[in-house]
Each structure stands twice: as structure tokens, then as C-alpha cells.
Design a protein around this ligand. Structure first.
Ligand SMILES: C[S@@+](CC[C@H](N)C(=O)[O-])C[C@H]1O[C@@H](n2cnc3c(N)ncnc32)[C@H](O)[C@@H]1O
Length: 502
């Protein structure tokens, strides 16, 4: 069934629930520092406004609201099914500082609802820009022009070119075959994918010559149908060059600052020495980004823009980086020193390894960690290694207890988990110290909710029984192992963050 209000985007099946740390204010602030732009993060109980466009069911916005009760969060999506799910969660957890707004962004800026949206300090759009029509993109820019305060940080993710160029034919094939097959969008995506797989099997040139299509078509077999339909069945699917996105954002007075993925700001981790030598012939940051995008497969870009960035020199930037507190999000015995970096694998050793070991013992400032390593290392490199490898996260607040709103949301999220089989999708738990979510699959949400309800981990056998209800008996030992590992490795992290009581 085609709905007139969709403007070519998928709306007959809800999108997956997910939390993406790149949407967090602390991560946007880090990107600013990497781009030599000063940041002014709100202090502990300051007010701030956070706006998410194309929020889906709004998990990220909910985690932000619950973690920062003095902030005002607005989450916009035009799909009423998404807004209904988000609103229900907000009501159940009594999160009253979030406004879920069902609205089409195309003409939102000039509408009464648009005018009532407060000017934002942080804006985020994940998975929107390169999936919607040029008219919607123009509407986004108009909204950003009026809803961003001076100094506002904007996170924008999009499918990027040229990394996606080898996949253009594949998406078009999936889309055209899909719409002709009829039915709901998930069935359409499967029909399109099935044709693509058949053609790949008979060596169709544009499905086999790039590793992108070869790998993607193999990996789609295990992906959720909701994700696949939203990813491939949009009539306006159009990956973008970074330079074009930068030009579009300029109309909203937004300047590109850097990538929200820390390691992508280090040419040493992105390019070979020879590639760097070529790039270093140029000073223009946009051209340098294009050179990186030409050298590396960066399919999904996470960029940060600022309205009126105050540019700072390296010493001021390094001083600000030193003051940041990094909180471990993996346990000390999980330390990874062989890291996947954009250019391949890198092995961390010597002083850098010692600092990473220390960082996983508990929250520490970057300055303190550097002093352990003789202060010779670059603060940006240390933050990149810790945060970019998903072993640490930047703290928004260094102390203080979890607000009731965060506890309430975490209980509501965890109470929905009835089986280990649910534990497939990614999610999060609200954390005031992080000012956002801690990435947490449903199993951790379940454990957090039980502990917040006053149970102790010595109740694990009862948890295992509850989570195994629809698991065959031969697999119960696997469930036990998974639950016990979560208790050993993740519980100390959740305790340290104050997500669950000591
Ligand atoms: C790929 S989903 C991403 C959802 C969410 N940001 C996430 O990452 O989980 C894109 C979202 O944009 C919404 N959307 C698409 N076009 C829109 C429009 N014109 N106005 C408002 N929302 C729109 C869709 O309903 C969908 O929820």
C-alpha cells in the first residue's frame, strides 16, 4: 500500500530500535576538539536543548532525556507508529522533558509546530539525510537555519560517496525488483535481495566486481528485515559526497568540523605514509577529506558541524582534551591492544598500552593518564585509542548519582526483555555520568532492571530460568554462560557508572 505522506520513504513497517553513541553530546564535543573548535558543554544541572530529526522510535532521544533531566529534548519523526512507540516508553518511564513530535520535516520550519521547537544546543540526525528526497533535505536545512543556536553542534550521518559507488546498481536493483513484487516493504526488500543474490551467483559484473556488494549481499542474510527495508527500499536513496553535504549545511550557517569517529581524524590511522604525503600537499580540509574518502572505504560518515565555530590552536585544544574524563566501558581483563583502525589493524604497546591499562581501572582524566606515560604522548591520540576502540567513553559528569528518570527508563527498558532470544538487537541504558546511553543489549537491560528492583546477582539462576523459557534444554548451559559472563564483566561497569546500585 502506498501512503501519500511518505514521500518515497518506507513507512509501512517500523524501524529497528537502536542506540548510537555518535549521537551523544560528549561525542560531538570530542569531534569539535579534534577539529580544533572550542566547546562549552553544559555544566551538571544546566539547561540545554537537544533536537533529533528522523528519530525513529526515539531510543537515543529517550536515553538523552532520562540522563539529563534538566535538558529539553525534542524528537521528530513523521511516522506515527514510531512516535507512538516512543511516547509510550516516555509515559511508562515518566520522562517529562521529552517532546515527541509527529511531523514531516519538509515544511516544519515555517509551521506552528516547528516554530514551537526550542533553539537547540545539540542536533542529531542518524540515518536520515541520504535516504530522503531533495525536498526533505531542503526542509532539514531550513529547520537547522532557524533551530540552531550560535555554538550549536550538529551530528549528521549519511551514506557516503565514493565508498558506496560500487553499490549504486545493487540498491537500485533491490528497489526496482522490490516495488514490482508488491506486498509490505520487508517482503519487497527480500524479493529484491533474492534477485540480487541470484544475479551475483551468475557473476553479474556490478554485483561481483566490488567487495562492497560481494560482502553486503552475504551479510544481509542475517540482518533484520526492518533494517533492510528502511536501508534499501527508499525511493530517494542517494549516498552523498562529503563536499556536497558541507555545501548544503552552509546554507544553515553550519560549518563542518570533523568526524564523530575519533580515529578518522588521525591521518596516521587512516592512510599509508605515501597517501599522507600526497594529501599533505593540500591544506583545504574539504579536499583532504575527499582524499581520505578516495583512499578508504568509509561507507557511513558521521560528521559534526557547528554554527559559528570558535577555532583554537593545538595547545588550547590539547589543554581541553587533558581535562576530559574517560570512563571505562569494558572490564580491565577485556583490554584490547590489537585495534581495528580505518587503515587496517594497529598494535598498541609501550606507554600507550600502560595508559590504556590504567584507563580501564576506573574513571581518569586524560591529563592524569598522560602523566603515567611520562606525558610524552599526544592527548588526542590517547582519547582516540580509548574512545575509538569502544573501550572508554567521555564522561559528561564526573560524579553525582543517577537521577530517578534514568532509573525509571532503565527499569522500563529491562522489563520488556523476557527471553535471551530477544537479546539480538542493540540498545542502551541511561547514564547521567555519560549524559547519554551506555550501549547495552537486552540482556544487560534485563539485569539492570532486576537489580534496580532490589534483586541481587546471586539470583542469577532465577534469571537464567526466566531468560531460557523459549530455549531448547540443550542450550541452557550456553544461556548460563552468557548470563554469568555479563555479570562478571559488565556488572562492575554498570556499578561504576551508577546505573545499578552497589
Ligand atoms: C533509517 S531511520 C533512522 C531512525 C533513527 N534515527 C535511528 O537511527 O534509529 C529514518 C527515519 O526518518 C524518518 N523520516 C523519513 N522521512 C521523514 C520526513 N520527511 N519527516 C520526518 N521524519 C522522516 C523515518 O520515519 C525514519 O524513522
Amino acid at each position: 500500500m502506498t501512503q501519500s505522506w511518505t514521500n518515497g520513504y518506507v513507512a509501512d513497517i517500523a524501524y529497528i530500535e537502536g542506540f548510537y553513541v555518535q549521537q551523544s553530546p560528549a561525542r560531538m564535543a570530542l569531534a569539535c576538539l579534534f577539529g580544533n573548535v572550542a566547546v562549552d558543554l553544559p555544566a551538571a544541572d544546566d539547561t540545554a536543548c537537544y533536537l533529533e530529526l528522523g528519530c525513529g522510535i526515539g531510543l537515543g532521544a529517550l536515553l538523552t532525556a532520562a540522563s539529563n533531566p534538566s535538558w529539553q529534548v525534542t524528537a521528530v519523526d513523521y511516522n506515527p507508529a514510531h512516535i507512538a512507540i516512543g511516547t509510550r516508553l516516555a509515559r511508562a518511564a515518566r520522562i517529562d522533558n521529552i517532546n515527541f513530535l509527529e511531523a514531516d520535516i519538509t515544511n516544519l520550519a515555517a509551521s506552528p509546530e516547528g516554530r514551537s521547537i526550542p533553539q537547540a544546543d545539540f542536533v542529531t540526525m542518524h540515518g536520515l539525510w541520504s535516504w530522503v528526497s531533495p525536498e526533505v533535505r531542503a526542509g532539514i536545512v531550513r529547520l537547522l537555519a532557524t533551530k540552531t543556536r550560535p555554538g550549536c553542534m550538529v551530528h549528521l550521518s549519511y551514506n557516503a560517496l565514493p565508498a558506496w559507488q560500487g553499490g549504486l546498481g545493487m540498491q537500485r536493483l533491490i528497489y526496482e525488483a522490490g516495488i514490482r513484487s508488491g506486498g509490505r516493504s520487508d517482503a519487497q526488500a527480500q524479493a529484491g535481495l533474492s534477485l540480487a543474490r541470484d544475479l551475483k551467483a551468475v557473476d553479474a559484473k556490478y554485483l561481483t566486481e566490488s567487495s562492497l556488494t560481494r560482502d553486503l549481499l552475504d551479510s544481509t542474510a542475517g540482518m533484520s528485515t526492518e533494517y533492510l527495508s528502511h536501508e534499501y527500499m527508499s525511493a530517494h536513496w542517494s549516498p552523498a559526497f562529503h563536499a556536497d553535504v558541507v555545501a548544503a549545511m552552509a546554507d544553515a550557517k553550519l560549518e563542518w568540523v570533523s568526524s564523530c569517529n575519533p580515529m578518522e581524524n588521525f591521518p596516521e590511522l587512516m592512510l599509508t605514509a605515501e597517501q599522507r604525503a600526497v594529501m599533505d600537499r593540500y591544506k583545504d580540509p574539504i579536499l583532504r577529506e575527499l582524499i581520505k574518502d578516495i583512499c578508504l572505504p568509509r561507507q557511513l560518515r558521521h560528521d559534526v558541524f557547528v554554527r559559528g565555530p570558535r577555532r583554537i590552536a593545538n595547545d588550547e585544544r590539547d589543554a581541553a582534551l587533558r581535562q576530559l574524563t574517560v570512563v571505562p566501558i569494558v572490564s580491565a581483563d577485556e583490554l584490547q591492544t590489537k585495534l581495528r583502525v580505518p587503515a587496517g589493524m594497529a598494535e598498541v604497546s609501550g606507554a600507550m598500552k600502560d595508559m590504556m591499562v590504567a584507563a580501564l581501572r576506573g574513571p581518569a582524566t586524560i591529563g592524569d593518564l598522560l602523566s603515567l606515560g611520562g606525558d610524552r604522548s599526544n592527548p588526542a591520540e590517547l582519547v582516540s585509542m580509548l574512545v575509538g576502540s569502544y573501550q572508554g567513553q567521555i564522561a559528561m559528569r564526573t560524579n553525582g548519582t543517577q537521577p530517578d528518570s534514568a532509573n525509571r527508563l532503565n527499569r522500563v527498558l529491562g522489563a520488556r526483555v523476557n527471553s535471551i532470544v530477544d537479546a539480538k538487537t542493540s540498545g542502551g541504558l541511561a547514564s547521567s555520568r555519560l549524559g547519554t546511553g551506555l550501549t547495552a543489549p537486552p540482556l544487560l537491560q534485563f539485569i539492570a532492571a532486576r537489580l534496580l528492583d532490589g534483586e541481587r546477582e546471586d539470583n542469577a539462576e532465577a534469571w537464567i530460568k526466566a531468560l531460557s523459557a523459549d530455549v531448547i534444554p540443550e542450550k541452557h548451559d550456553t544461556v548460563r554462560k552468557v548470563v554469568n559472563t555479563a555479570i562478571e564483566q559488565r556488572l562492575p561497569i554498570m556499578r561504576q557508572l551508577g546505573i545499578v546500585p552497589e
